[in-house]
Design a protein around this ligand. Structure first.
Ligand code: AMP
Length: 566
């Protein structure tokens, strides 16, 4: 049996082709989505999925999320006393999905189709393939995510030259692709996007609206994870607003709980500027592919954030017709991978053409910018080559001195997508001496050149002195990664994965611990009592007692912090 896997940045999912249709496979908690999160327990056990994500706040030094962004790099993440690269972390997610599939199907599962973003380059694709192999899969094929979405919607059953537009708005990124079949080969004709636009940005809108109404002293309370609490409250409110005309923003900080009612109308008015940004990538993808909007056979919505009515209306307005959203937006890619798996097992697989090579990450330098109050904010990322730029590419930016008689400009070179450089990956540093002059009077030219082998060349020219400085940054060879396969497999083999039959209880305990840390006083005490009661039920080892206790604590926690979501 071949399974289809969506290995996502936020969530992953696995599906199979069975009885003539693609079917999703539930994990040990009964969910179809498994958060792409890994945590290492104090007992050195690997925790995967929802309980791992709940430990992100309580055990930040032992928990990793969003590691898909590091695929194809040598960057390692330290979890407890272990160091992992993105391939190994992905392998642990894949291994967990494999176990879910084996439990569901009742037989060993060794073959998989795994999806990757259309803009993944060769290195990132090879890394994904190796992650699959590390998890014990024979990776039959890597499939572009938009192609998978189009397959889930039946592209393969349409005639030739019926292009699909795949509109994918996820938690943090927005991708638009035009997918087409020609001569039995599927091609992603064009891909455009905005890697800084997703559900999280809409959460910020909700937080801003709520903060206007929240008592000022509440916001001054010194809660260590206030940002995360607001974000989680906003996420719940926004999801509720997808179904209702108004919803409560509920936040519990320490021993206080506050509620602010937010109407869909207010949210949508405030979200207009974000919605306006959806238009440009759509136009670019149409322009780049030479496809006319009227000839699109289907407009397909994927990514959880397309559930927002305001997004759906915007798409309908853009195209003058309704998009197709009959398949659950979070499931479409895994289901499409299962369609490809089904075709492969019948030896009828569709072939795919790859996009030309593109630069997978944004490359740039650190910069200082003037903030609203006239002060200088440092450590801000200034992109030079944007993600998705076809390579080889060469781009230039100009930078000025910021203080009088400044002796040098230091360029730290980064790869990544975050606004603050500290969240990106540092690749190197250059110190460029400049002649002392009043602030802003010296300008230097910084040129980045990036090629298909992953080689980045930085040239900085100081026109005042006529001097040029050069730095070449090599990508550590993927060969090393290949050579290390056995060693890395051995590292993973040593780790014990938490027993599957204990997954639900473990998830509840991780959540309760997170709540305990975020509350204080009476609420904290209450959660502490519930944890003790639940632990006592676990110690009794009677399944019925455990189930009863689990329901009780879950209901109580839902009541305290609102219902949970994936
Ligand atoms: P994905 O990256 O495709 O898993 O999408 C995750 C994003 O979808 C997150 O930002 C979620 O807030 C968003 N999302 C999921 N369900 C809903 C919903 N019912 N209403 C609004 N946004 C949602």
């Amino acid at each position: 049996m071949i399974v289809g896997i969506d290995l996502g940045t936020t969530n992953s999912a696995v599906a199979v082709w069975r009885d003539g249709e693609a079917q999703l496979i539930p994990n040990a908690l009964g969910d179809f989505l498994t958060p792409s999160a890994i945590s290492i327990g104090e007992d050195d056990q690997v925790i995967v999925g929802l309980p791992a994500r709940d430990r992100r706040e309580t055990h930040p030094g032992r928990t990793a999320t969003a590691f898909k962004r590091l695929m194809g790099t040598q960057q390692r993440t330290k979890l407890g006393r272990h160091l992992f690269d993105a391939e190994q972390l992905s392998a642990l997610i894949l291994g967990s999905l494999k176990a879910d599939a084996e439990t569901f199907l009742g037989e060993p599962v060794t073959e998989a189709v795994i999806t990757v973003p259309a803009y993944f380059n060769d290195r990132q694709r090879k890394a994904t393939r190796r992650a699959g192999e590390l998890a014990g899969f024979n990776v039959r094929r890597l499939l572009n995510e938009p192609t998978a979405a189009a397959l889930a919607y039946g592209l393969q059953d349409r005639g030739e030259k019926e292009p699909f537009l795949v509109f994918d708005l996820g938690g943090g990124t927005f991708d638009v692709s035009i997918v087409e079949i020609f001569d039995g080969i599927i091609e992603v004709r064009a891909s455009a996007g905005d890697n800084r636009l997703g559900g999280e940005d809409f959460n910020e809108i909700v937080v801003d609206l709520a903060r206007k109404e929240l008592p000022a002293d509440l916001l001054e309370l010194n809660s260590p994870n206030i940002i995360e609490l607001q974000r989680a409250a906003a996420e719940r409110t926004r999801r509720a607003l997808s179904e209702n005309d108004s919803a409560d923003f509920v936040i519990t900080i320490g021993d206080r709980q506050e509620k602010v009612q937010i109407t869909a109308a207010a949210f949508e008015a405030a979200a207009e500027p974000l919605v306006a940004r959806l238009r440009d990538p759509v136009l670019r993808s149409l322009r780049d592919s030479g496809v006319m909007a009227e000839t699109l056979s289907e407009i397909v919505l994927v990514g959880g954030a397309t559930r927002m009515p305001i997004v759906r209306r915007a798409v309908t307005r853009m195209f003058g017709r309704f998009p197709d959203a009959t398949i659950n937006a979070d499931h479409a890619i895994a289901l499409g991978a299962a369609v490809q798996a089904g075709l492969l097992s019948r030896d009828e697989a569709l072939d795919e053409v790859r996009l030309t090579d593109v630069c997978p990450f944004t490359l740039g330098v650190n910069n200082a910018v003037r903030d609203a109050r006239g002060g200088m904010q440092t450590g801000i990322f200034s992109p030079i080559i944007e993600r998705n730029t076809p390579i080889p590419a060469s781009r230039v930016n100009y930078y000025h001195t910021i203080s009088d008689n400044q002796q040098a400009i230091v360029f730290d070179i980064y790869q990544g997508e975050a606004r603050e450089v500290k969240h990106n990956i540092k690749l190197g540093t250059m110190r460029i001496p400049v002649p002392p002059k009043p602030a802003g009077h010296v300008t230097v030219e910084c040129r980045f050149s990036y090629d298909t082998s992953g080689l980045l060349e930085v040239d900085v020219t100081v026109p005042d002195t006529g001097l040029t400085y050069n730095l070449v940054i090599f990508d550590e060879d993927a060969k090393i990664a290949n050579q290390q396969m056995e060693q890395r497999r051995a590292v993973l083999a040593q780790l014990k994965v938490h027993p599957r039959d204990d997954a639900t209880n473990q998830a509840v305990l991780a959540r309760a611990a997170r709540c305990y840390e975020s509350f204080i006083a009476d609420r904290r005490e209450l959660v502490g009592t519930w944890i003790l009661e639940f632990e006592a039920a676990l110690a009794a080892q009677d399944p019925r007692t455990i189930e009863h206790a689990r329901k009780q604590i879950t209901t109580a926690l839902d009541h305290l912090e609102g219902e949970r979501f994936l």
